[in-house]
Ligand binder design. Structure first.
Ligand SMILES: [Mg+2]
Length: 364
């Protein structure tokens, strides 16, 4: 038994290279990274983490420190499912898909790190050794860019080895959005994969109108056309359009995914391990997708998700998000003709470079 001896959480506030905007969130100027270190009595150490767009990091650390740590100490680090359910039950009344889903995620990822290290296995093999790679796309947070800057940014992605791209929509006028879509499609050519993301700005009526225009530009998916709470809206948009719908970054429990599958509509589910209870939550959604004959894609934390997508057989698309967490690890991602390969290091494959990270440590 690998008894948990200590749980330490730290918050880092990491500035972005430039302010980034989308249709619904305040402009991002930095992101928060909560890193959890778990030690076991026999000397094993695992690291887990979650991230935010700039709000909530302190509360996540407090939740781990005040409520999760006491129930984790002395328990067997290998019994991840048991601990996952205990953490979920403890926080359910006040959490239920809120901050708790982020706090549990950071702990869960650290437990998987320990498990993989002890087993001397990389994560992607530990969970099944599926496809062995992930198809990636560049996900820009680019709504505030001028059209010229937007195109320049896409050119930068192309020079990095990308051949699939996503841009933000949700300008004040649909004409302006479609004008940007047209310009990007012309730049990347007809073969390249192209997605768009409205960050739930629209009503279903607006989204249906947008879909009619988007249909002309061979768009693979429209992401978050309406609020994640407007489950019926997803169904309505899907019934009136031929554009596939993506969502998941704002579904923070497996039950929210189940409700969206059952009563709404998703073609490209995008679970994010950082806000869905970690690797355990992500894998549960991946199986739900498999049973529905759907690919499973991701949102954010590409340095971890590459290892999850590589490990399953129904992998969809890896988002290379504009929060470059991988830049603060020992093995930043390399895109090779639109593909990314998993880490073969024992553990989750995410090894933080604390020499760099420590200058962003935020004392709580
Ligand atoms: Mg999105």
């Amino acid at each position: 038994m690998n008894k948990i001896e200590n749980v330490i959480s730290s918050l880092y506030k990491i500035p972005l290279d430039e302010p980034l905007g989308d249709a619904m969130h305040a402009k991002h100027v930095y992101f928060e990274l909560v890193v959890v270190e778990i030690k076991t009595e026999d000397g094993n150490i695992g690291y887990g983490y979650t991230y935010t767009g700039g709000v909530g990091g302190i509360i996540i650390c407090n939740m781990i420190e005040l409520y999760l740590k006491p129930i984790l100490l002395g328990q067997d680090s290998a019994c991840i499912e048991k601990l996952w359910v205990e953490m979920y039950k403890l926080l359910h009344y006040v959490g239920r898909g809120g901050i708790d889903s982020f706090a549990i995620a950071a702990v869960d990822i650290a437990l998987w790190d320990i498990k993989c290290r002890i087993a001397k296995m990389p994560l992607w093999k530990m969970i099944g050794g599926g496809k062995g790679f992930a198809r990636a796309y560049a996900g820009g947070i680019d709504l505030d860019f001028t059209k010229e800057k937007l195109l320049q940014n896409i050119k930068l992605y192309m020079s990095q080895g990308h051949n699939a791209f996503k841009i933000k929509l949700g300008k004040d006028s649909l004409d302006e959005d479609i004008n940007r879509v047209k310009a990007v499609r012309e730049l990347i050519g007809n073969e390249a994969t192209f997605m768009v993301d409205a960050n739930y700005k629209w009503t279903s009526e607006n989204a249906i109108r947008a879909c009619r225009e988007l249909e002309k530009y061979n768009v693979l998916w429209l992401e978050e056309p309406v609020s994640p709470d407007d489950i019926e809206g997803y169904k309505k948009v899907a019934s009136k359009s031929s554009i596939a719908l993506a969502c998941g970054e704002n579904l923070h429990t497996i039950f929210e995914f189940e409700n969206m599958f059952k009563y709404g509509h998703i073609d490209y589910p995008q679970p994010d391990a950082s806000n869905l209870g970690g690797i355990t939550g992500w894998l549960k959604v991946a199986v739900m997708c498999q049973a529905k004959n759907l690919p499973v894609s991701t949102h954010g934390m590409q340095e971890l998700h590459v290892n999850l997508l590589s490990g399953v057989s129904n992998s969809g698309w890896l988002e290379i998000h504009s929060f470059p967490i991988d830049r603060y690890t020992m093995n930043p991602l390399k895109i090779d003709d639109g593909k990314v390969f998993p880490s073969n290091d024992f553990g989750t494959g995410v090894i933080f470079n604390f020499d760099v990270l420590n200058s962003y440590l935020f004392s709580i």
